[in-house]
Each structure stands twice: as C-alpha cells, then as structure tokens.
Design a protein around this ligand. Sequence first.
Ligand SMILES: [Zn+2]
Length: 445
Amino acid sequence: MNDSLLITNATILTVNPVDEVIHGGALLIEKGRIADIGPSDALEAKYAGVERLDATGHVLLPGLVNLHLHSGLIRGTAEDLPVFEWLTKYVDPKHRALTEDIAFDAARLSYTEALLSGTTCVMDMYRYMHKCADAAESLGLRATLAPYVVDKPGMDYFESLDKNVQLVLDRNKTANGRIQVWFALEHLTYCTEDAYRKAAAYAEKYDTGIHTHGEESIEMARRLQAQTGRWPVELFYDRGILGPRTVLAHCVWLQDSERELLARTGTAVAHCPVSNLKLASGIAPVKELLDLGVTVGIGTDGVKENNNLDMLEELKFVPLLQKARLLDATVIKAETALRMATIDGARALGLDGEIGSLEIGKKADLIAVDFRKHHLTPIIRGKYDNAVSNLVYAASGADVNHVFVDGKPLVLGRKLLTADAEEIRLSAQSAAERLFELREPFVPA
Ligand SMILES: [Zn+2]
C-alpha cells in the first residue's frame, strides 16, 4: 500500500471528546496519520483517486491499549492457587529459567496475540526486553517496555536498574516513536526503598515513566501496613514515585487516603479485572477512582493470570464488575469502558496527544471489527444505536478484521502481514517446552 488510504462505509467510533459516532463514515490515512474523517459519500468524492478499503459492516475504532501485560509462555499451567503461592512456586522459578531466546519467542507470541485481537499498544512488563523491543519493532505494534526490576537479595535473576537504564538509552523513543522504555519495579516486597528512589530519579533524568504493581491482595496490603505503618500507595508516595507519568497496576484495595493520593498526584491505574477475579484478589473501586478524576486504563495482565490477551473480552468485565459490586446498573456505561481501553490508556502512557482517538492529525492506530456476525446482529442506528454496546458486551478479539499502526496495515482480513504467524506459534510452542524443562529443577516439591 502507498502513503494514502481511504477506509470507507464504516461505523466510526471516534472516541473524541464528545464520543461522536459516524455511521456510513470514512477515514483518510495519509503518511501514517489521520488526515480526514467524515461521511463516506463526501470523502469518496473529495479523494477520488485514493486507494480504498471498503469497510462495509465494520466498526472502526482506535486501536486498543493494553495497559498491563506480561509476555509469557506458561498459560494455563499454574492454576487455582493463591497469588503468593502461585508466584513463589511457579512464577519466580520461571524467571530463574528464562533465557533471552525464550523471552523473544514469548514476546513475539504475546504481541501477535495482541495484534490479532485488536490491541495496537501494549505496556509489557517482562525480561530481556531488548528482545521484546526487537519483537515489537518487527511486528509493528506500539509498545512501552517496563523491565521487571528486583533488587532484594537472592533475586538477581530478575532485571536490574542498571539494565533498565541501558534499555532506556538503547531503545527509548525508537522505531519511529513506537517503542518507549519506562522504569519498572516488580513489587513492594521484591524491591528496596532505594530502588524506588533511584527509579524516580532516573525517570526524571531520562524524561520517561514508571510502572509497578500496586497492591492486589488485601492480606499483603495489611501486612505492609502492619510492618511500616503505611498503606501501599502511601509507601509509593513516600518513595517519590507517584505522579502523572506513573502507572500502578491493580490497586484493588485502596484506603480513602490512597485514593486521594492517586488523584492529587495524577497517578494512573491499570485495572486488570480478569486477573483480579482469577487470583481471587477482589474488585478494584474503579467507579470511585473515576469519580475522583483518576486516569484508569485496562490491562489483561499476563496469560499466566488471565489466560488470554483479548482486550475486547476484558472490556466486558469492567462495567459488569462495577455494576454487581455497587448493585447499580447505571454505573460505568459502555462508552466509559471504551474510553478506558483507548484514550485513557493512551493518557496513562503519555500518548493521548498522538493516539487513543480517531481525530484529524493523530497517528492512524486503528482497528476494524467485523459486525457481520450472528452475535453482533442487529446493527441499529439512530435512537436505539447499539454500536458501542455491542462492541463492549458482544464482540470479542476474534471479530477484529483489520489492524493499523502508524497508518500501516499490520493485520488485514485477520492475516498478520508483518510476520509468519504460524512460525511464531510453532517457535513459541518449542520455546515453552524448553522453558518447562529448564524450570523444573527450581520448582519446589
Ligand atoms: Zn502484573
């Protein structure tokens, strides 16, 4: 394809400030950006010579932003365990065994799964992340890389802050700006106070962000409070990492003081509803955080805790959980959930000026979901318009047909264009088999 493409006859969910929906709409991509948007008949007349992609029956929307995931290969193999038993028994030994070649295959698998289900932008917390950068660069998606840094004694098989600095120097803002590198810390129980202070100083020095796990377990939050006199978000505040360029994953259990700190400092939250359900962590107070003005995006977490990276599936849980928790069907409308998965996630990553909505001038990161399916019928316009509701409650990643990043088609008709998807799957299969063999000596009896 050349530099310009006119996508025609789509229902366009712009996710602009007034959540405008354009039926029978068209969108012009020029040099990687959205150059025009409006009624299809008008744009077709205006850009008569431009190459076209007919999107009849499709809903066009901003690419989804997965605000918290871990690339990985142990999907479905460590199930039905409490979070800390699961971590120490299976996840930490996996980190011991991981090699950079296996990490590369894991990242390629995870990013392929993400792209094929409509995610164009990920925040990945993983290891050997120069390999993740290679994977993201060749596949074409947008990635914020956040290496698992741990500095507690005896855990040097994780990443170090020095390596994180090197990754920032080598790969931050590379691949035409598609790759950014943040500082990242695993968890309060894995990292010293010093690590947080240093990460905060480095993030300032290198003009980048910070990602870490907020608390998911009430027991751990209580234990930390008993040990230190401070709740987890208060500890983050004391250690200097809260601010508009920090994203905390989970934040399931928050005292009022912690909610206020998040709001006051402009810290964003990556809400991971399926992971929180599966690990029996609880339900985050998303409605209350939104009411306080906190930016809340959505993450799948990894395949070891989800077990997929399907953001459209994830999206459905967000309003459902809040409605059930508060016994109030009016909270978190489908439009709000869609904003969380697009523009709010982009804002958390500092990218909302460039992506997250379909508006003239923004980068053309967008997806087309095929609504010509039994489970997405009928398509109703006007007074009973159901495009957003059906996207959030009825669609899944398998309905995503086309995916563009920077105006470049990465997936067309569900076919990955930037790599051999089957080769990636087969490589991941053998990498996983190697990983299990290497991990076995570290798994406690
Ligand atoms: Zn996580």
